[in-house]
Design a protein around this ligand. Sequence first.
Ligand SMILES: [Zn+2]
Ligand SMILES: [Zn+2]
Length: 284
Amino acid sequence: MESIKHFIAANGHQVQLWVFILLFIFIWNVENLAGVLFNYKKWKHAFSNAPFIVTSIPGQLLLGLAFIKTIEWTTQHQFGILYLLPKNTNPVWVFIASFILLDLGEYGYHVVMHKVKRLWMFHAVHHSDNVVDVSTTLREHPGENIVRMSFTLLWVFITGTAFWMLMLRQIIQAITTLFAHMNYRFSDSADKLISLLFITPNLHQVHHHYKQPYTDCNYGDVLSIWDRMFGTLKRLPAEQLVFGVDTYMDKNETRNFYSLVKLPFGKYRKIKADEENTTSTILK
Ligand SMILES: [Zn+2]
Ligand SMILES: [Zn+2]
């Protein structure tokens, strides 16, 4: 176990990067074979999202060192919720506890990004994609990137998450985020089963529907349990889904990198309610 922890702590960043690249290529091909959306130019769409890879780098460099210093401090002072567990707890259980706590943090973060007007403007860049496929995963405003990492940093501090646990969580998160944005739908029966625990493409696609109350649902990151617990889980039949945000449907705005970077600094636009689709199923 010690050698696994050491390996993940030392090589987590490289593993995460390679998992992301290889899975991206794999999902890209699955989408070509079994995708549900075909009426768009896949390469053109991917190129409109690709610049966000570059703009995410400053945030990662800025906060990367902060993560190391924070975790050094919490480890040295045995500070954080996870240190309340008995000292002889199996590290696997400590990791599961940290994973669940970090996932709850991501759920809370996502709700805040939707409810605070100015933060929503940053997050709307991700939502404004009028096609959802694997490259939508890349589409995050650099401002949101910094807010998200700062939020994770605070939550890592509060929970006392060890470095190897954070790295392992991020590798799993890279897999599930790509998976959730896949241009693919499970059959209803398979989805019901998988979504008992995990956020599936079917659930995340509803989160990308262009009108309320669907935009404000299925906030979960890896696990779907928080949406069940807090009553934010919704379903919408595939044929009723329209991707995007109703206040940002102009492709000149949502396909142009410069317009997207400026978007959060513009005037707040409120998303309207979807009056046609009132048949959502709220699952308990
Ligand atoms: Zn969202
Ligand atoms: Zn998304």
